[in-house]
Design a protein around this ligand. Sequence first.
Ligand code: HEM
Length: 501
Amino acid sequence: METGYSVFSQSLQPTCCFLFFSFTLSFTIFSLLLFTLSLLKPHCDCEICRSYRSRSWSPEFDNLADWYTHLLRKSPTNTIHIHVLNNTITANPENVEHILKTQFENYPKGRPFSAILGDLLGKGIFNVDGDSWKFQRKMASLEMGSISIRSYAFDIVRSEIQSNLIPLFSSVSGEKDSVLDLQQVFQRFSFDTIFRFSFGLDPNTLQLSLPISDFVMAFDVASKLSAERAMSVSPLIWKVKKVLNIGSEKKLKKSIEVVKSLAQEVMENRRKIGVSTQNDLLSRFMSSINDDAYIIDIVISFLLAGRDTVASALTGFFWVLSQHPEVEKSIREESDRVMCPTKELASLEQMREMHYLQAAMYESMRLYPPVQFDSKFCQEDDILPDYTFVPKGTRITYHPYAMGRMERVWGPDCFDFKPERWLQGGVFCPVSPFKYPVFQAGPRVCLGKEIALLEMKSVALSLVGRFDIRVATPEKALRFMPSLTATVRGGLPVIIQERKR
Ligand code: HEM
């Protein structure tokens, strides 16, 4: 028989449990916050840390990267340390070579970075260190170095330009008051291209009339939310949300599930038609690896690495070009000289002959690198070539955006856009990759560099040849959003006019 007391105590149980749970949760969150605050060293009161915390740099500089550039230029070693972030930042080529090559093993991506993209990228090449990275790098280098994959990529790029990009530009050309966001167009273009290259299917996001597929939407959400983890004040915030499966973390989990299960479906269909007849990355990796989840991780790494980088590079290129009509004119002259003026698409051989175009591309990425900064984590205490001491556990960042603006590296005209600085007797001459680490450098240099340049040059040639593209608000400086890849806040609105030839 139930006594009054037992009924009372039973009715109290859920309340007690709730109170206990709430107390434990609040206590845990509070302790974690205290721990985070202690890690952030908010007590550091040096001028740089004060300015970082209060954002007092912002009235004077358009972007955080411009403020860092200013600090790095002022520093005698071109290296600075932000105490509140435990982050050493360098724009010194000798230091960059030390981190990316000479002491490569001591500067892995590290756990903090892998955790951010870990759920989406799993064990994919972009997100791992050590033996797993070495294995994938070897295999992927063999594939990416083959002539057949380059011509496969080139065919995709040409077909996307002809079937989607040019028709879209023609449709808005000359339209009164018609403004196109060039950044968004390039984001869609580069997504379609890298998706076809990776999975052998065209998501057609440039065909504005078609609905966006579930895969594309889920991938978009998953990559945005993963990148947003990096922007949160402390990793503990997203980690707690993940454990509790709430808010953005719940959404992220769902979208990753959609991406992985649709990728699995594509694999199963591919198996039915036979992988040996296909050229895409997925089919290529399926012929040499047996683990489905691992293959998906690898291919998704490529998708992420090759997606917004190319779009960002093209956006920066057309921005500087619209400010330098003399460079645009020289590109057109070179293109008319190398190929027949009425032809729209250059062949691979013709593109190789266009040294001025290559120089203009490199020069625009010197000033507007798609990856503005990139970080590693120091494993063991170390001393950099400029004698900066780096304690174990420090985040160390090389900063291509600032490096492109270092007088010591590029001379007093470092802020000027001058493709000629890359040419000797009309021939393109590359510089040390540690001076220009736009594609990173050393053993982990970008695997898609050649394909990216091919894509960018093809797009630039076909658009510059056929259209006049003018930025709608040329007087406004570029302001970037906090993101893994340089993304212009508000996009790049342009006005398009088909040229009379
Ligand atoms: C202008 C365009 C591009 C730029 C500026 C660029 C830049 C970079 C940078 C800076 C890294 C090093 C990132 C890090 O380790 O944190 C990287 C890695 C990588 N990139 Fe690119 N990338 C571009 C296009 C592409 C494309 C189109 C692909 C694929 C076809 C690609 C595939 C990769 C891969 C797989 C890695 C990882 C390499 C490794 O960890 O060993 N990239 N890229």
